[in-house]
Design a protein around this ligand. Sequence first.
Ligand SMILES: [Zn+2]
Ligand SMILES: [Zn+2]
Ligand SMILES: [Zn+2]
Length: 158
Amino acid sequence: MLARTQAGKTGPVSNNNFMSNPENILKKHGLRITSFRNEVVQLFLESRHALSNQDIEQSLGNPDRITLYRTLKNFEEKGIIHRAVDGTTTSKYALCESDCTEHKHQDEHVHFYCERCKNTFCIDEVEVPHVRLPDGYIAMTTNMVIQGICKSCMEIEN
Ligand SMILES: [Zn+2]
Ligand SMILES: [Zn+2]
Ligand SMILES: [Zn+2]
């Protein structure tokens, strides 16, 4: 679930930390600031889990789909968001670690898919283990997803 404050405006949190301000994030990755881009980054900042196109559309009150699609593609290329591959057919994105750039994503962490709430989480503290491949195979990206029950679903249950 998304807790949304005023769209596009920088909340009180953003005064504390440079990277919790959408404008700073856009600037750092060489993107022009627009209110739409601000709103999208703000959504990612406020969400605890990865967001699908549909999540974003709902939260932003059905923005133009093509604009949203291009924005997400652009953000991914610039190193602002990464795909949280979770084994489902829905593409989900999450905010990158601050050292991702246009040339290289550094998000080599595990993703967790909750079978109850169907949300996908970045587990930043757990790195994807390196796997030795047989000769003749070259790894480009490695994704690791763990399925189970997330913390908040466990708390509801207990
Ligand atoms: Zn990244
Ligand atoms: Zn859950
Ligand atoms: Zn992630």
